[in-house]
Design a protein around this ligand. Structure first.
Ligand SMILES: O=C(O)CCC(=O)C(=O)O
Ligand SMILES: [Fe+2]
Length: 369
């Protein structure tokens, strides 16, 4: 039985895929490409084989240690235009078109380390754990490389054009926008007036890069997606859109040692594949019971990006080429900008929106995925 079959009875939704080696590579690659094409999201079964469960648990512990530390220890690490550092409660508005109040969350973005060292101020909570954070980023990077390899196999990229390493080789060997982001969404304090139509943990958005790995904790739900086939044509992501909850532990994974790792496609990889892979809009909401129920939510996102200088040239796959857009030149199936240019364009579009809304300053928005 394939992962999709085993899952479709229960949620009819995002498939759970085991990439740890028990299923033949070609089959796993096909399942991954199908999921990226249909949902833009896929659960990777987590038995601790690719990323040790202890490494995930201890990164969550570090995250909690940081977010519960005094504000004086966070302030010196405040986020800057380079997208690194801490952003406080309500300082980010991921969906300025519909949100009246900034996201009900705080986040800490860690950019790439160089020779095991952070390239940004670290808070006291992390000073003894720089090596652990470096190791965790390396685990995430390795998992990203594995998934990108399977994507290339699933897209049948010819060996003469680079074959299975076509994507992965463009994600190693130079500086990139790869970012490890720790997130904390507090529960609503009893003293606060909770307005379900106003307060949102993270507004509707899609991610910017290649792929995102998302780690969640049991009992801390909240993620929702709009399935690509239900995408509102006018990009109205308000309450009437087809928001669909994404459980932390879907059926067939409940007894695993750690919840599955959610992988989603970002805007860059969707662009690169001429829209074959979907960059799916998602958000994070409070539990239905609002302030009474629910605990704080902690999540960890690893945003994967190609090396910044990578030219986003046409992917040598017939499946991608067949989606060639009208007006594209011969052999030029995607506009050949670099990964850095793509990211900058994405950030600039976001800045403009914010300037119009007058809701936040540039530096505060750069942290958006
Ligand atoms: O916390 C989550 O579950 C999702 C976070 C997210 O989508 C983001 O930071 O881009
Ligand atoms: Fe996101």
């Amino acid at each position: 039985m394939t992962a999709r079959n085993s899952n479709s009875n229960s949620t009819g939704q995002i498939p759970v895929i085991d990439i740890s080696g028990t299923t033949p590579k070609a089959e796993v690659a096909k399942q991954l490409v199908d999921a990226a094409t249909t949902y833009g999201f896929v659960y990777i079964k987590n038995q601790g084989k690719d990323i040790p469960v202890e490494a995930i648990d201890s990164t969550f512990s570090l995250s909690k240690k940081f977010f519960t530390s005094p504000i004086e220890e966070k302030e010196p690490c405040k986020i800057t235009e380079n997208n690194r550092g801490w952003s406080g409660m309500h300082s980010e508005t991921l969906d300025p078109a519909s949100q009246r109040v900034g996201d009900f969350k705080e986040a800490m973005n860690l950019g790439e380390f160089v020779q095991g060292k952070a390239q940004q101020p670290l808070p006291p909570a992390f000073t003894d754990n720089e090596a652990d954070l470096d190791a965790f980023q390396k685990y995430c990077h390795a998992m990203m490389m594995k998934i990108l390899t399977l994507f290339a196999i699933g897209l049948q990229i010819d060996p003469s054009s680079g074959g299975s390493t076509w994507f992965s080789s463009r994600h190693i060997g130079g500086p990139s926008g790869c970012t490890l982001r720790l997130l904390h969404y507090p529960s609503i304090p009893p003293s606060q007036d909770f307005k379900p139509e106003v307060d949102i943990r993270a507004g509707a958005h899609s991610d910017y890069g290649s792929i995102t790995l998302l780690f969640q904790r049991p009992g801390q739900p909240g993620l929702e997606i709009i399935p690509p086939e239900s995408q509102p044509p006018n990009r109205d992501f308000g309450p009437t859109a087809a928001w669909t909850p994404v459980p932390v532990s879907p059926p067939s994974t409940e007894s695993d040692p750690s919840p599955p790792i959610l992988v989603n496609i970002g805007d860059l990889l969707s662009h690169w594949t001429n829209g074959l892979f979907k960059s799916t809009v998602h958000r994070v909401v409070f539990p239905k019971e609002g302030r009474e129920g629910g605990e704080d939510r902690y999540s960890i996102a690893y945003f994967g990006h190609p090396v910044g200088s990578t030219v986003l040239e046409a992917v040598p796959s017939e499946m991608v080429k067949s989606l060639r857009k009208e007006g594209d030149g011969e052999g030029e199936f995607v506009k050949a900008m670099t990964a850095d240019e793509h990211l900058l364009g994405r950030l600039k579009a976001t800045y403009l929106g914010l300037y119009r809304e007058g809701e936040a300053e540039v530096g505060e928005k750069v942290a958006a995925a």
